[in-house]
Design a protein around this ligand. Structure first.
Ligand code: TMP
Ligand code: ASP
Length: 237
């Protein structure tokens, strides 16, 4: 499978068409941004690390009954994925208070939650991904009611599967962002699951092992990503 035409360039990945009209190649770059793109940088080897982490997690989710866009990882920076129409919605799942939730609620990072929180954001770079709710999704036609229900239920199932997966490897899945799309009428999990879009804390030390190291200039960013790669590869399968 070869990359033919570039159809989309995002902050961390580029999408290319292939010989197969149903498949795209998602190419993982080393570029990193934060603060709505105002902070820019490069995390050495991030593309390769994130491709491997994401491929491993998509395969694991598929084995656990979650449908994803993942098809194959033919190259260290390339993932073959099913072509989808992405819902312009970012789904954030939170198990512990951190990041923008800590700010919004005036709470300490690390505070426990009585229940898992599910948030929706309108996927729009120029607007800085504003938070929305179900009625915005309906009113603006971002997804149909049954589609949104399925997306939300799947996001919570993914949370249960991955929280256990990371817990078994000594890591707390604090929060994460997911994107979904439609491929031949079927809703699939898209994008990536990597330390770029998840908060992952060491269970013992509570050390941050994710993109917050880049956002907050904590140092050892590449080392943290490599540690997560090593952990997700543990126990084969
Ligand atoms: P937040 O606390 O900044 O709202 O982020 C919540 C989670 O979602 C965190 O794991 C990072 C992820 N995220 C993204 O992947 N992309 C984004 O644009 C934002 C705002 C958050
Ligand atoms: N990637 C987003 C940005 O460029 C948000 C983030 O991950 O902090 O701002």
């Amino acid at each position: 499978m070869t990359k033919l035409e570039k159809i989309y360039e995002g902050k961390a990945k580029t999408l290319y068409t292939t010989e197969d009209p149903d498949l795209l190649i998602q190419y993982f770059k080393d570029d990193a941004t934060a603060l709505d793109g105002k902070k820019k940088g490069v995390i050495h080897e991030k593309g390769k690390i994130n491709n491997r982490i994401s491929s491993r997690l998509f395969r694991y989710l598929e084995k656990n009954g979650i449908k994803t866009h993942f098809v194959d990882m033919p190259d260290e920076r390339e993932m073959v994925v099913k072509k989808m129409t992405i819902f312009p919605i970012e789904v954030v799942v939170r198990n512990i208070v951190a990041g923008s939730l800590a700010k919004r609620m005036g709470m300490e990072e690390g505070a426990p939650l009585k229940e898992t929180i599910l948030e929706l954001y309108y996927k729009s770079d120029p607007l800085g991904d504003p938070m929305i709710n179900e009625s915005h999704v309906m009113a603006f036609g971002l997804a149909k009611k049954d589609e949104l229900t399925q997306i939300e239920n799947t996001a919570l199932r993914i949370n249960r599967i991955l929280s256990k997966f990371f817990d078994e490897r000594g890591i707390i899945l604090v929060d994460f962002k997911l994107e979904f799309g439609l491929h031949k009428g079927e809703i699939l999990l898209g994008d990536e699951i990597t330390p770029d879009g998840c908060r992952l804390w060491d269970k013992e030390t509570l050390e941050k092992m994710d993109k917050d190291r880049f956002r907050r200039d904590l140092g050892n960013v590449e080392e943290a990503y490599k540690m997560i790669l090593q952990k997700v590869m543990e126990h084969g399968n």
